[in-house]
Design a protein around this ligand. Structure first.
Ligand SMILES: C[S@@+](CC[C@H](N)C(=O)[O-])C[C@H]1O[C@@H](n2cnc3c(N)ncnc32)[C@H](O)[C@@H]1O
Length: 351
């Protein structure tokens, strides 16, 4: 069987899609497809089989609630049905949802076969909308025979709540030491405009705030965090930043390739070093670096934890031997570890 390729909706996809025969479904007006391309293409995907457009999904985020994606249209050409293309397109939207703190995906259909099809993917009837009484919903149900379906996406982790609660005051609560260490770190790493940077446990964006002040916001900057509230604050301050709402303590699919992957001031919150390094290895491009830094040294951090009565089942900053072992297991080289003024660990991926 020929390979199926799922891609973002680009110019080429749009030009093919606008002429696609969608029978027995209606073909939309060109302008609808163009609107999806112009304004909602982050939530649209196209499927190709040997360069031929085989299907597409057009979806968008609720304007009042970015945690809700609505699927407007899912279509697979007749000759390509039965190959799992619809499921692959839905999975691509689901993946986007999981990466962007989306809580639910919904759609509306008036076809009983479709209800069964979506049920296999986990969609269930939305009984709240199904019972809703107002002229619009009465019309959709009674005249259009619409059935409302919804798919809930699991929340990433329960500890997300802790950081969500801290997000609003996070930036103003940063200490001088945390800021000056981050400044020093970015200087020594010699971050430049043309670099790409993946910021793990980015919080509200201490790293981009320093880089922006220096006029060297990297051409590609992606912030990863478990807390959707932290990322919301970060996006408000840095609209040019890309964000990924995900748990870096669990193995994740590749996010992209970066010159620098930095985990600043967050290492005590990660328990699964193996997953962290596997994720980092997938994200560092040849010649790039993975850096773990903390504004306190190991000793200062354990004194600080003692002073505030905090105890944890794992070492807040792993030992040198653990770091060296996990680095070499994941194919990193040239390790450098310093624990004098602040904690600094850096490894590379060979070119
Ligand atoms: C102490 S804060 C540091 C934030 C930021 N780097 C700073 O220095 O201001 C730790 C951050 O790591 C995030 N975090 C904790 N566990 C995480 C995980 N498993 N995956 C991704 N982010 C995580 C938290 O949500 C929080 O924003």
């Amino acid at each position: 069987m020929s390979p199926i390729l799922i891609k973002d909706l680009d110019e080429d996809g749009l030009m093919k899609l606008k002429d696609m025969d969608c029978a027995p479904l209606p073909q939309e007006r060109d302008s609808i497809y163009i609107l999806f391309y112009r304004f909602f293409r982050q939530t649209c995907r196209v499927a190709y089989v040997q360069n031929e457009l085989a299907g597409f999904v057009l979806a968008f985020a609720d304007q009042a609630d970015s945690g809700h994606i609505y699927i407007h249209y899912l279509f697979v050409a007749k000759q390509h049905r039965g190959k799992g293309i619809g499921e692959m397109l839905l999975q691509a939207i689901r993946q986007y949802g999981e990466d962007h703190a989306v809580k639910k995906i919904s759609l509306m259909t008036s076809n009983a076969d479709n209800v069964r099809y979506y049920a296999k993917f986990g969609f269930v009837r939305d009984e709240v909308l199904q019972q809703k009484n107002n002229p619009v919903f009465d019309y959709m149900r009674d005249v259009k025979k619409a059935v409302f379906l919804t798919l809930s996406l699991p929340s990433v982790s329960s500890s997300e709540g802790l950081f969500d609660a801290l997000a609003a005051g996070w930036h103003s609560g940063l200490s001088e030491r945390e800021i000056s260490c981050a400044e020093n770190l970015l200087l020594r790493l010699d971050v430049q405009l043309e670099h790409s940077l993946l910021d793990i446990g980015a919080g509200t964006g201490i790293l981009p705030s320093i880089l922006k002040k220096r006029g060297i916001f990297p051409q590609k900057y992606v912030a990863v965090d478990l807390s959707s509230n932290m990322l919301k604050e970060l996006r408000e301050a840095f609209p040019e930043a890309e964000t990924r709402h995900l748990d870096f303590d669990r193995e994740q699919k590749a996010i992209g390739l970066f010159d620098l992957v930095i985990l600043y001031n967050s290492i005590p919150h990660f328990k699964n070093l193996d997953a962290v390094f596997a994720n980092a290895r997938r994200s560092v491009q040849p010649g790039g670096r993975f850096v773990i830094a903390h504004a306190r040294t190991r000793l200062a951090l354990s004194e600080h934890h003692r002073a505030i009565g905090y105890s944890s089942s794992h070492k807040p900053i792993p030992s040198d031997s653990e770091l060296l072992e996990v680095s070499s297991r994941h194919g990193f080289t040239d390790a450098c570890i310093e624990d004098d003024d602040y904690f600094y660990f850096c490894v590379e991926v060979k070119k």
